[in-house]
Design a protein around this ligand. Structure first.
Ligand code: NDP
Length: 399
C-alpha cells in the first residue's frame, strides 16, 4: 500500500493515473501534479477513485521538494517532459523519494538524448538508499524488457537486435504527432545512429527504409531506421550485440509535412527574434498542432511494437520476434486515450508496481533491462498489453 506522486498531466499522465487507479492494492493513494492544475483536475474527474491534484513547476527544485515533503509519496512517476528529468531526480534525492521515468534527459537547447546525464546519479541514489528506474515506457521500456526476456529464456547469446515500432493508427488530421510534438519532432529529425561492430554508426535521418508486414493482420507499413535512446543502454548491457537498430513507421503524408516544416525552419530549436521577442520555432509549432491527448476519440487502427532478435541457442542460430498489438479504440474505451499514450502509460504503472511490491527495489539508477523481466512480462499480460512470440518469423531487416 503506497502513495504515488505522478508529475505531468499530458496524454501519458492521464493513462498512468487511470492505470494506477485500477490497482488500489498497490497504489493506495494517488496525487497528480502538473504545471497546469486544471489539466490534473480534468483527468481526476474521469477516474472513479479520488485523485488529489496539485500545481508544480517541475523545472524548480525547491518547489518540487516542498510538494514532495507535503505529499510524502513513496515514489514519483515522472511523465512530464525529458527536460525535467534532472530537476525531479534532484528533488527526489533531497526529499528521500524513489523515482521512475519514461524518457531520458534532454537539454532543451540541444536535441541530444543520452543517458549519461542520469547515469552519473548512480552513486547518489545508491548512497541515499533510493531507486531510480529509467525508461519505463514502451520504447524505451517494454522493448528493453522484451530484449531481456528473450536473452534470458530463448538465447545463450544475442547477436542482432531490431526494434520495430509500427503505428497503424489514423487520426484523420493532415498532420499531428501522437505524443508531445516538440519531443517527437526533435527525435525524428535527429541524425540516425545504429550499432555496428562495437560502435555507433551515424547516417542521415530517414535514409534507410523498408516495408514491414505486422502479424495479426495489422498491415504492411514503411518503416524507417532512426536513433532511439534504448539502443544506448541495451548495447551497453548486452555487449554480445554485434548489430542493433531501431525502426519506426511513418506515412508518406507525415514525412511530406515534416519535410516542408523543416525546409521553412519551423522545426528549429534555436530562438528567432519576432517583433523583438525570442520565439523557438518548434515550440510555436507545438501550439498550432493538435494536442496529442485530444487524438483519442478520432484515432482508429492498431499499433504493433516488438523486437526481432537473432542469436545462438545450444550452438544453433535462432530468430525470435516478440511483440504487442494494441488497438487505439479499445484504449480509448478503457482510459480515454489513444494507444501511443496507453502503451507508454501502462509500462510506467507496471514499473512502479514492480518497485513498490519490492520485486525490483534496488538502490541506485537502473535501466529497465537490468531488472528481472519475468514478473513485468507476466503483468503485461494481465494489465492491457498482451504479448506473443513468433519463433523463426522469416523476417529479415535491411542492415
Ligand atoms: P504531453 O506534452 O502531452 O504532456 C506533458 C505534460 O508535462 C504536460 O501536462 C505538461 O504540463 C507537463 N509539464 C511540462 N513541463 C512541465 C513543468 N516544467 N512542470 C510541470 N509539468 C510540466 O506529453 P506526453 O504525455 O505525450 O509525454 C510525456 C512523457 O512521456 C514525455 O517525456 C515523453 O517523451 C514520454 N514518452 C515516452 C514514450 C515511451 O514509450 N518511452 C512514448 C511517448 C512519450 P502543461 O500542459 O501544464 O504544460
Amino acid at each position: 500500500m503506497s502513495k504515488v506522486l505522478i508529475i505531468g498531466a499530458g496524454g501519458v499522465g492521464g493513462v498512468v493515473t487511470h492505470k494506477c487507479a485500477q490497482v488500489p492494492e498497490v497504489f493506495s493513494e494517488i496525487v497528480l501534479a502538473s504545471r497546469n492544475e486544471a489539466k490534473c483536475q480534468k483527468i481526476a474527474a474521469q477516474v472513479e477513485r479520488p485523485i488529489a491534484t496539485a500545481r508544480v513547476d517541475a523545472d524548480n527544485v525547491p518547489e518540487l521538494v516542498a510538494l514532495m515533503r507535503d505529499v510524502q509519496p513513496e515514489l514519483v512517476i515522472n511523465v512530464a517532459l525529458p527536460y525535467q528529468d534532472l530537476t525531479i531526480m534532484d528533488a527526489c534525492l533531497e526529499a528521500g523519494v524513489h523515482y521512475l521515468d519514461t524518457a531520458n534527459y534532454e537539454p532543451p537547447d540541444t536535441a541530444k538524448f543520452e543517458y549519461k546525464w542520469q547515469w552519473v546519479y548512480q552513486e547518489r541514489f545508491e548512497k541515499a538508499g533510493l531507486m531510480a528506474l529509467l525508461g519505463s515506457g514502451f520504447d524505451p521500456g517494454a522493448t528493453n524488457v522484451f530484449t531481456a526476456y528473450l536473452a534470458k529464456h530463448y538465447f545463450d547469446e544475442i547477436r542482432t537486435l531490431d526494434i520495430v515500432d509500427v503505428n497503424g493508427g489514423d487520426h484523420g488530421y493532415p498532420f499531428a504527432t501522437n505524443f508531445n510534438p516538440e519531443i517527437n519532432i526533435r527525435e525524428v529529425t535527429a541524425e540516425c545512429r545504429h550499432w555496428e561492430g562495437g560502435a555507433f554508426v551515424a547516417t542521415p535521418p530517414m535514409s534507410l527504409k523498408q516495408s514491414f508486414t505486422c502479424p495479426e493482420g495489422v498491415g504492411t507499413y514503411q518503416i524507417y531506421r532512426m536513433y532511439h535512446e534504448e539502443l544506448e543502454s541495451l548495447t551497453k548491457h548486452y555487449p554480445s550485440l554485434e548489430h542493433a537498430q531501431f525502426w519506426m513507421s511513418f506515412s508518406d503524408n507525415y514525412l511530406k509535412h515534416l519535410e516542408v516544416l523543416g525546409n521553412v525552419g519551423m522545426t528549429g530549436i534555436e530562438p528567432v527574434l519576432y517583433e523583438g521577442r525570442p520565439i523557438v520555432p518548434i515550440q510555436f509549432l507545438k501550439e498550432l498542432l493538435p494536442d496529442p491527448a485530444s487524438l483519442g476519440p478520432r484515432t482508429k487502427g492498431k499499433t504493433c511494437i516488438g523486437v526481432l532478435v537473432h542469436g545462438v541457442k545450444d550452438g544453433k542460430p535462432r530468430d525470435v520476434y516478440l511483440y504487442n498489438v494494441c488497438d487505439h479504440q479499445a484504449c480509448y474505451r478503457e482510459v480515454q486515450s489513444q494507444a501511443i499514450s496507453y502503451t507508454t502509460g501502462v509500462p510506467a504503472m507496471l514499473g512502479a508496481k514492480m518497485m513498490l511490491e519490492g520485486k525490483w527495489m534496488k538502490p541506485g539508477v537502473w535501466n529497465i533491462e537490468q531488472m528481472d523481466p519475468d514478473p513485468f512480462m507476466a503483468d503485461m499480460q494481465r494489465h492491457g498489453l498482451p504479448w506473443s512470440v513468433i519463433e523463426e518469423p522469416g523476417y529479415s531487416l535491411a542492415h
